[in-house]
Design a protein around this ligand. Structure first.
Ligand SMILES: [Zn+2]
Ligand SMILES: [Zn+2]
Length: 358
């Protein structure tokens, strides 16, 4: 089957033939219908993370069960959304109701299959979903209703679950609270959508790119602000001089984490959703940490349980309560995916989604 493969950090991405094993006990072969290109995929190839190569990219996808290994429940033909952090339900974190921190999920790349020249291949986050097919453990597939638009359903598996969960589960944004979102990629736009659904106001969208203004307003923002040295003042003029109740950092950089900290009111909360680099240190003054009484925390996979929350989001998508069209910049073929990575690196658009014919 054809897949988007990275051969090493900085190497050009190529569509290659990859051989996957047949599904073993407890495993499924899933035919991919649509797969989003997420910033974490970029982190796999730009040196931010150090996974094993050759690596099949992709971890945000919707598909259909094509073959079921022995001992599985989901029948062939079941529509599914892939879950890149499947919970083992047995470790300390799973038993303490924090399945998004499951101790079984630590590797960015998992060995699976081989390239045509016989080199052992790896798949991103146990999935490798920018591909015609995946072979995955059954608990990495969440059944969803039939008939969902695949290019929107795919986003439920990463950007939308992450953004929605950050608002609902991690920050617990309440109606009437003020929100700022820094960084308007797929996750940032999903945070805006969830903040609007929670009744937050105002909802301030912040990005360096003026081109994100229309996207932000379509996704749910009340205001768009440029990320520059006037940001703190602009936010305070819209929040009676205090700063926002909740700031969401969706970039993963020390500079934007500090910016999120500065635009939050005393006693407010900063939620870091972006995944940063291990050598990018955030400095905050000890006096400021005490005096501001702010909370700084991270949101991993939206502090969510995908087995419960993906089907909920899928039902909202199906009945029209959730509209993800503003998040999809366009659908493309697998051969166009390398160019879409370049656009993502330049900060262009929201989510590019690779779709596969039936
Ligand atoms: Zn992702
Ligand atoms: Zn676990």
């Amino acid at each position: 089957m054809r897949a988007l493969v990275a051969r090493g950090p900085g190497a050009p991405l190529r569509v290659e033939e990859v051989r996957l094993p047949a599904p073993g006990p407890g495993e499924l072969r899933v035919r991919i219908r649509a797969a989003g290109i997420c910033h974490s995929d970029l982190s796999m190839v730009d040196g931010t993370l150090a996974p094993a190569y050759p690596l099949v990219l992709g971890h945000e996808a919707a598909g259909v069960v094509a073959e079921a290994g022995p001992g599985t429940r989901l029948p062939v033909g079941t529509p599914v959304v892939l879950n890149w952090a499947p919970a083992c339900r047995a470790c300390w974190f799973c038993r303490h109701d924090e399945p998004w921190l499951c101790a079984a999920n630590t590797a960015p790349a998992v060995a699976r299959g081989e390239t045509v020249d016989g080199t052992p291949a790896h798949v991103t986050l146990g999935l490798g979903a920018l591909a015609e097919e995946v072979v995955i453990p059954e608990h990495a597939a969440v059944a969803v209703p039939a008939g969902l638009p695949p290019e929107q359903a795919a986003l439920l598996g990463c950007a939308v679950l992450t953004g929605t969960g950050a608002v609902r589960n991690t920050a617990r944004v309440a109606a009437g609270e003020s929100v700022a979102v820094i960084g308007l990629g797929g996750v940032g736009l999903a945070v805006l959508t969830a903040a609007r659904a929670a009744g937050a106001t105002p909802i301030l969208a912040v990005d360096v790119a003026e081109a994100k203004r229309e996207l932000a307003l379509a996704a749910g923002a009340t205001d768009f602000l440029r990320s520059d040295d006037r940001l703190s003042k602009e936010v305070r003029t819209r929040t009676d001089g205090r700063g926002v109740d909740h700031a969401f950092e969706c970039v993963g950089r020390s500079a934007t984490i500090r910016a999120a900290w500065r635009i939050t009111r005393r006693g407010g909360a900063v939620t870091v959703v972006g995944m940063g680099a291990k050598d990018d240190l955030v400095s905050l003054a000890a006096l400021d940490i005490f005096h501001s009484a702010r909370t700084l925390r991270s949101s991993v996979y939206g502090s969510s349980d995908p087995d419960r929350e993906v089907p909920e989001l899928a039902r909202s998508l199906g009945d029209g309560a959730l509209d993800l069209r503003p998040l999809v910049s366009g659908t493309i073929g697998l051969d166009e995916a390398p160019a879409a990575f370049d656009r993502l690196a330049r900060g262009e658009g929201a989510r590019w989604v690779v779709t596969f014919p039936d």
